[in-house]
Write a protein that binds this ligand. Structure first.
Ligand code: C2E
Ligand code: CA
Ligand code: CA
Length: 400
């Protein structure tokens, strides 16, 4: 990261371990941040506040003598601290997660959490998160684009899918792909889906976005299917779309229009969005399944669902949440979640997908767990239609 890209000009490190303070100071210095202060516990940090302005960022340990991190966070909320906070801790994931939840309930902004042992790269990643989440919807932040911009983008076809391969662990071959929406704004540049999908939901435009993505995705599938007739293509459905009774008929007519078999389409639904009590999403999902569309439960493990609830929906695939996948190797809780998700999925006869696999170790681990499909940067980032064609179907002329 260049010194200019960090959004913070002043930082306070609160940790009783001098080594942690030294590592963090070195990392911040490398990023060109000049103003870095340290405190060895919450009490000292509050004393620092008495004679200094609030720092833009606080890196905070949890387990400290005198005043621990949890108490300190409460004091920060009392002082209406508006900067960002990074939690760094040697405690297990459940405790770190509780601290995070508590802080957000106090209205504090948690940038991220880092597990000890600390190193310079972890600090860089924590501060760099701003780039990958650039523009991610944060409560209270208003988008820099308007409803009209989104309507214009839809009319102008500025919202398009990119495709990330799903690879079979059994034979290493291409199984299919997931379509992920991208908005390329003429003035603002690329806007990530984490920002415009919630906005489209809020503005009642999500059906139009889904329709635009589905249409292009099915057209791509029709072309690729000539070479790989078994190929499956996933489209994400927002929870709001599952209140549109017309959805099954819309999807069927798109399939007819593009001449693809519904059995080749996987509709991914985020777990937390369907686990409420309404009947309509169940009806819509059941009708889609009756028409042979496949249904995938996305981000599994994040939505507190129980087995009974899962059985009530006619899913065919389960995607283990990437947060668990990434942490499974070094976090006992995440490891147990991954194992339990895989066991549950298998018991229900679902195809298992591990998402967010970035390293060879993560890949080997998921293979050993007998997960069926792998998706993640380890194989490929999401690709445009042309790049995907080039990578998996060699000559573009064959497909176009
Ligand atoms: P998701 O459905 O869970 O999609 C997976 C996200 O993880 C994608 O982010 C993908 O680019 C990213 N990813 C995949 N492999 C890796 C990896 O190895 N490492 C890392 N760091 N990331 C990886 P993306 O494209 O930014 O999409 C974010 C979310 O936006 C999606 O999460 C999905 O919930 C939503 N979304 C995207 N396209 C659509 C759409 O057309 N309709 C709806 N309703 N939601 C969409
Ligand atoms: Ca998905
Ligand atoms: Ca996911």
């Amino acid at each position: 990261m260049s010194s200019g890209s960090t959004p913070f000009d002043s930082i306070l490190i609160v940790d009783d371990d001098p080594l942690v303070c030294a590592i963090a100071q070195a990392a911040f210095a490398q990023m060109g941040i000049q103003e870095v202060a340290t405190a060895s516990d919450g009490r000292q940090a509050l004393e620092y506040f008495a004679s200094n302005p609030h720092p833009a960022f606080i890196l905070c340990d949890l387990n400290m003598p005198n005043m621990d991190g949890l108490q300190f966070l409460r004091h920060l909320a009392d002082r209406s601290y508006t900067g960002e906070i990074g939690i760094v801790s040697g405690e297990d994931a459940a405790i770190i997660n509780s601290a995070r939840l508590m802080a957000s309930k106090y209205g504090l902004t948690i940038r991220g959490t880092v597990a000890k042992p600390l190193d310079v790269d972890k600090i860089r990643t924590l501060l760099d998160q701003d780039k990958s989440n650039a523009g991610a919807a944060t409560p209270g932040s208003s988008p820099a684009f308007s409803r009209n911009d989104l309507v214009f983008a839809l009319v102008n076809r500025d919202i398009k899918p990119v495709f990330q391969p799903k690879i079979c662990t059994r034979n290493g071959k291409l199984f299919g792909a997931e379509a992920l929406a991208r908005w390329s704004h003429p003035d603002l540049g690329p806007i990530p889906p984490a920002r415009f999908i919630p906005f489209a939901e809020q503005e009642g435009l999500i059906d139009a976005v889904t329709g635009a993505i589905a249409r292009e995705t099915l057209a791509a599938l029709a072309k690729w299917s000539r070479h790989l007739p078994t190929m499956k293509m996933a489209v994400n459905l927002s929870g709001d779309v599952l209140t549109n009774v017309e959805l099954p008929e819309l999807m069927l007519s798109l399939c007819r229009e593009c001449d693809v078999d519904p059995a080749q389409i996987v509709l991914e639904v985020t777990e937390s969005r369907i686990m409420n009590d309404s009947a309509l999403p169940i009806e819509i999902l059941a009708r889609l399944r009756m028409n042979r569309f496949e249904l995938s439960v996305d981000d599994f493990g994040t939505g507190y669902s129980n087995i009974d609830r899962l059985r009530e929906f006619p899913f065919t695939e389960l995607k283990i949440d990437q947060g668990f996948v990434r942490n499974a190797a070094h976090d006992a809780f995440a490891e147990k979640c991954v194992r339990a998700s895989a066991d549950l999925g298998r018991a229900l006869g679902l195809r298992l997908v591990a998402e967010g696999v970035e390293t060879a170790d993560e890949y080997d681990y998921m293979r050993a767990l007998e997960v069926d499909l792998i998706q993640g940067h380890y194989f490929s980032k999401p690709l445009t239609f042309d790049l995907f064609t080039e990578k998996y179907f060699q000559s573009r002329a064959e497909v176009a």
